[in-house]
Design a protein. Structure first.
Length: 302
């Protein structure tokens, strides 16, 4: 198992990320729901029409290529690339199906590896951190980023923070548990824990990090006591969608949308869509930015 030689990497980057017009290119694959891609299928059996084949594969004596995406929800964490020797038969549908079965377990293994052994500067809590505890909730190991999150959650000793204790307990019962909590600074943190089979030690690993934007929105709206339908309509309104567009998206009447919005305004104590969006942003999202300087993409500098 080996990657491409260094002399091909610059051109490979240009083909895949800058030009991005080759059959079956990485960007198209990432934007699709597919888990695998065959170069022979993307080129309809004519490998020569692909710049990637002409300039990267063929000079190395390689032929057909099978890509396996390591996808978790909307995010891609990596990709497995397998190539046939030049002149060999192309990959078959059976080969592709077998490779697709590897995608999910490989993705889980990669994410855990990055979490448990990845580089962790721990300077600002804007990325996930990890912590491992034993049956007595004694910390066995913890990343610096995780400790930063724990400091924001603590109500005594860091590991005794109520949300942390709860997710550990749930993981011991169910094997895996997820939760979200509001920190003392008003910032949301997502927690995931899983039980690790280590005999009598009964270790539990916990990941702490920022929640996905959509996940956070659902938590915030739930805190207002909104019904499921009210949350759906509010999320659409927060995106700036009109009453008619919301009605068409949810397959309900415009009158029903307006009735639900009136109920939302009553429950939140706010009188308009603009006031609702402003209240959610300033109360729940703005505190996450902190007081430090921001980079051009909104991330805080250390």
């Amino acid at each position: 198992m080996a990657g491409f030689p260094d002399e091909y990497l610059t051109r490979l980057f240009e083909i895949e990320h800058l030009e991005a017009d080759d059959p079956g290119n990485l960007r198209d694959l990432a934007n699709s729901a597919a888990m695998t891609s065959l170069l022979s299928r993307s080129t309809a059996g004519r490998l020569d029409v692909s710049k990637y084949y002409q300039e990267i594969l063929r000079p190395q004596g390689l032929g057909d290529e099978l890509r396996v995406v390591m996808r978790d929800g909307p995010r891609i964490w990596g990709m497995i690339v397998m190539c046939r020797e030049s002149g060999a038969a192309p990959y078959t549908a059976a080969d592709e199906a077998a490779a697709a079965q590897v995608s999910r377990p490989a993705t889980v293994a990669l994410r855990r590896s990055l979490l448990l052994s990845g580089v962790d500067e721990g300077r600002i809590p804007d990325a996930p951190g990890f912590i491992v505890v034993d049956r007595d909730a004694t910390v066995r190991t913890a990343s610096r980023t995780a400790l930063s999150w724990l400091e924001l959650l603590q109500d005594g000793a860091p590991i005794q923070a109520r949300p942390v204790r709860a997710v550990i307990s749930a993981a011991r019962r169910a094997g895996v548990a997820r939760s979200r909590a509001l920190t003392r600074s008003g910032q949301w943190v997502a927690l995931q824990a899983w039980s690790m089979d280590q005999g009598e030690e009964q270790l539990v690993a916990i990941s702490l990090g920022p929640p996905e934007p959509g996940e956070l929105t659902a938590v915030i709206l739930g805190a207002y006591g909104l019904s499921e339908r009210e949350q759906q309509i509010t999320q659409q309104a927060m995106r700036g969608h009109s009453t008619e567009r919301i009605a068409a998206h949810l397959n309900i009447s415009s009158h029903t949308v307006q009735d639900h919005l009136k109920s939302v305004f009553v429950k939140t104590g706010l009188g308009s869509r603009r006031a609702l969006v402003a209240d959610i942003f300033f109360r729940h999202y703005l505190p996450a930015f902190g007081d430090g300087p921001l980079s051009t993409d909104g991330r805080r500098f250390a």
